[in-house]
Design a protein around this ligand. Structure first.
Ligand code: PXG
Length: 302
């Protein structure tokens, strides 16, 4: 997409033009994938679920004993400040905290200053036609690491497991794939959570099965509740996917997207299902009216 103005990138408290925004080659985020991130949407000038994203970011940091140099309030202000500086109203924010520069050993204690980066830009993950027609999926051979190997709940800069799965998707001409955990249960996509609709009820894998606890996932569960739809957080198998009435994926980038086949098996009617459509619409009306306004007057602490 054409970008008339150069984006301003927040790096360690400063806004730097994108072409000059850089980090050290000694940054352990680059050398070891030692760091964390969040992907956040802005709808109609409001940052969607900002507090929830920050809570998850600080939880990921805690797991890595990574000391974020800002309070949550300061971080929230920095995000809003970066959105405003780029005059964005419908946007995507990538918040990255890396361990920071150190020496060539992987010891994180050698890194004195974490790097804080906030990128605000536009994003569209799938063409509109995919949302209308629904997606075809396949399960891939590569498994999600277990919670005892590298807990998928940590939104870390180590996304190679998802990258390998995405390579499989590309090789098969698919936009997305399903990944199973070590027990053989379907857990999630490369960057989205998975839902099934069966007999009018909503089923999604539980957080203990080793998934990223998706913010969109929780929003959809809550929206379903308020609409009287029964929800279950329960392990699912590929057989459950093949025989579901409907299937859809949720994620900050993908939002709510219908799935119409998996491994060559048509799911339900082969069209985006009724419950999926209902929840997709509910999601958008919710997203457009909720969220922290980026353009309301407020004091800046940074
Ligand atoms: N599972 C995984 C593995 C993810 O990475 C989700 C589920 C959905 O979580 P949220 O909180 O977004 O509903 C994610 C999210 C990107 C990108 O640029 C990836 C995500 C989010 C935004 C952008 O690939 N992953």
């Amino acid at each position: 997409m054409e970008q008339p103005v150069e984006r301003l990138i927040f790096i360690n408290g400063e806004l730097i033009p994108a072409s000059k925004a850089s980090i050290s080659v000694f940054d352990h985020g680059f050398l070891y994938g030692d760091g964390i991130f969040e992907g956040i949407r802005v709808y109609s000038g409001r940052v969607f679920k900002l507090d929830e994203h920050l809570d998850r970011l600080y939880d990921s940091a805690k797991a890595l004993l990574l000391q974020i140099p800002y309070t949550k309030t300061e971080m929230s202000d920095a995000v809003l400040h970066t959105v405003r500086a780029n005059d964005l109203h419908d946007a995507y924010i990538r918040l990255v905290i890396s361990r920071g520069p150190g020496d060539l050993g992987l010891d994180p204690t050698k890194c004195a200053h974490p790097t804080v980066i906030i990128i605000a830009d536009t994003i569209r993950l799938y063409p509109e036609e995919v949302y209308q027609r629904g997606m075809d999926l396949a399960a891939v051979a590569i498994r999600r690491p277990g919670t005892d190997v590298l807990n998928p709940a940590i939104k870390s800069l180590n996304y190679l497991n998802s990258v390998l799965a995405k390579i499989e998707a590309n090789l098969r001409g698919l936009s997305e794939v399903l990944i199973l955990n070590q027990a053989g249960h379907v857990v999630e996509g490369t960057g989205d959570n998975v839902f099934l609709v069966k007999g009018g009820a909503l089923i999604t894998p539980p957080t203990y099965s080793g998934i990223l606890n998706g913010i969109t996932r929780q929003v959809v569960l809550d929206l379903a509740h308020t609409r009287g739809i029964v929800t279950y957080e329960h392990p699912i198998t590929l057989h459950d996917v093949y025989t579901a009435d409907e299937c859809f994926l949720t994620g900050t980038a993908a939002e709510v997207i219908g799935v119409v086949s998996c491994d060559g098996r048509q799911i339900g009617s082969g069209e985006v299902g009724k419950v999926t459509k209902l929840l997709r619409e509910a999601f958008f009306s919710y997203a457009r009216t909720q969220g922290v306004p980026a353009y309301a007057k407020g004091t800046l602490t940074l």
